[in-house]
Design a protein around this ligand. Structure first.
Ligand SMILES: NC(=O)c1ccc[n+]([C@@H]2O[C@H](COP(=O)([O-])OP(=O)(O)OC[C@H]3O[C@@H](n4cnc5c(N)ncnc54)[C@H](O)[C@@H]3O)[C@@H](O)[C@H]2O)c1
Length: 374
C-alpha cells in the first residue's frame, strides 16, 4: 500500500504532514511511503533525509497512491487527480471546504478530517487539535513577551525593583493552559478566566489565579463550553472589564465548537488598557475574541498593540510537524491491517472523523450543511 506525503500548497503553510522520524513505524507496518520533492523544505528537512529513512521522493507521488497525507486540505485539482477509493487525511474544516467535500463525495474519495478526531482518551494520540492548540498557546505567550516593552518577571536589582507583568488569559482550554504555563515560566503574574468550572483547578495548578466573577458556569457537551446568550455576554464583559484594564498582556483563546469565537473584549475595554499593553487574539482567524483584531496583523489602537492570530501552529512548523505527523501516523495505523487498507467503521475513532466514503457524506453536520447550501 502506498502512502503519499504532499508538499503543502496553501500560502503561509510551513508544516509538513510527516517527518522522516515517523517513517520506520509505517515501513514496519508494510507500507510504502512516497514524498513530494521539497515537502520538508520549510522545516529544514531535505529530500535526502526522507530517502535515507526509506521513502521514495518524486513528483509522481499521486500515481497509485492509496492514502494521501497533508496538513491543509488538498486542492480541487489534486482531488481530481486521485483515483476512486483513495483515502485522504488532513485537517478538513468542512464548513469552509464544501466544494472539496462535494468533489470527494462525487469522486468516491474517502476523506478523514483531523479536525473531527473524537476528544476521547483512546483517541488522544491522534488528537491533532490539542497538539496544535498547545503550540499556539506557547506561541501566544512568546509573542506577547517579545512585544511588551517591559519584563515578564519581577526584578530586584541594586537600582531598584521592577514589577512583574500581569498577564490575563481568557479561555483556559488546551491553548490557554499552555499560554498560562509559558507566561508563568517567564515569571509573569497570571490570571485566567473560563466559563467551564473545571478549568479553575487546572488554572490554579499552574500557579495562576482563576478570576471568579458572579456568573454561572457554561459547561456544554463533551467537556466543551456552550455559547453565551447576548445578555450573559454583556454581563461577562462588564465583570471582566477591571481585569482587562489592569493587564499588561491579554491573551484570548475562547472558542465554542461549531460556532464563531465569542466576542469577549470590546473597543471600550481596549480603551481602558494602559498604552504599551499587548493583546494577543489567538482565535482572530475564526471570528476573534477581540473587537478589531485582524488575522495575521498587528495593529496599534490608542497605544495598545493588538496581534491577530492566523494559522499560529504554522509559525512553529518544526514541533507542529513533529506532533501532527505522530497524530496522523497513529490514525493511519488504525486503518491498516497486514499492510492492507482495512476501514473498520465500527471503530468510533474512524467513524467519528470520516467525512466522505464510497460516494456518501458520512459526517452528520456536513450532511446537514450540504442540504442547506448544496
Ligand atoms: N482527549 C480529550 O479528552 C480532550 C482533548 C482535548 C481537550 N479536552 C477538553 O476539552 C475542553 C476544551 O478544549 P479546547 O481547548 O479544545 O477548547 P476550545 O478550543 O473549544 O475552547 C477554548 C476554551 O475557551 C473557553 N471558552 C468558550 N467560551 C468562552 C467564554 N465566553 N469566555 C471564556 N472562555 C470561554 C472554553 O471553555 C475552552 O476552555 C477542555 O475541557 C479539555 O480538557 C479533552
Amino acid at each position: 500500500m502506498r502512502i503519499a506525503v504532499l508538499r503543502e500548497r496553501r500560502p503561509g503553510e510551513r508544516r509538513v504532514a510527516l517527518l522522516p522520524e515517523q517513517l520506520p513505524r509505517l515501513l514496519q507496518a508494510g507500507l510504502d511511503v512516497s514524498v513530494e520533492p521539497e515537502a520538508g523544505a520549510e522545516v529544514g528537512v531535505p529530500d535526502e533525509a526522507y530517502r535515507a529513512a526509506g521513502a521514495y521522493v518524486g513528483d509522481d507521488v499521486l500515481e497509485g497512491a492509496d492514502i494521501v497525507l497533508s496538513v491543509q486540505p488538498i486542492n480541487l485539482a489534486t482531488a481530481r487527480a486521485l483515483g476512486e477509493d483513495t483515502v485522504t487525511i488532513s485537517f478538513l474544516p468542512t464548513v469552509q471546504e464544501m466544494p472539496l467535500v462535494r468533489r470527494f463525495r462525487d469522486r468516491r474519495i474517502t476523506a478523514f478530517s483531523m479536525d473531527l478526531v473524537p476528544r476521547t482518551s483512546r483517541a488522544q494520540t491522534m488528537d491533532a487539535l490539542s497538539s496544535m492548540a498547545m503550540i499556539s498557546g506557547y506561541r501566544a505567550a512568546i509573542v506577547a513577551a517579545e512585544r511588551l516593552p517591559r519584563f515578564f518577571p519581577l526584578f530586584m536589582t541594586a537600582a531598584g525593583t521592577v514589577r512583574p507583568a500581569t498577564v490575563l488569559v481568557l479561555g483556559a482550554g488546551v491553548a490557554g493552559l499552555q499560554a498560562i504555563a509559558t507566561a508563568r515560566r517567564l515569571g509573569a503574574v497570571v490570571e485566567a478566566y473560563d466559563v467551564r468550572k473545571s478549568s479553575a483547578e487546572e488554572v490554579a495548578s499552574l500557579g495562576a489565579k482563576f478570576v471568579e466573577i458572579d456568573l454561572p458556569p457554561l459547561e456544554g457537551e463533551g467537556g466543551y463550553a456552550r455559547e453565551m446568550t447576548e445578555e450573559r455576554s454583556v454581563r461577562q464583559r462588564e465583570l471582566l472589564m477591571p481585569y482587562v484594564a489592569n493587564a499588561d498582556v491579554l491573551i484570548t483563546t475562547a472558542a465554542v465548537p461549531g460556532r464563531p469565537a465569542p466576542l469577549l473584549v470590546t473597543p471600550e475595554m481596549i480603551g481602558r488598557m494602559r498604552p504599551g499593553s499587548v493583546v494577543v487574539d489567538l482565535v482572530a482567524d475564526v471570528g476573534g475574541n477581540v473587537a478589531g483584531s485582524v488575522p495575521g496583523q498587528e495593529l496599534s489602537v490608542n497605544g495598545v498593540l493588538i496581534w491577530g492570530g492566523l494559522n499560529v501552529p504554522s509559525q512553529m512548523p518544526v514541533p507542529a510537524s513533529q506532533l501532527y505527523g505522530q497524530n496522523v501516523a497513529n490514525l493511519l495505523l488504525l486503518m491498516v491491517r497486514n499492510g492492507q487498507l482495512h476501514l473498520d467503521f465500527d471503530d468510533e475513532v474512524l467513524a467519528g472523523c470520516c467525512v466522505t466514503h464510497a460516494g456518501d457524506v458520512k459526517h452528520r453536520l456536513t450532511q446537514d450543511l450540504l442540504g442547506e447550501v448544496g
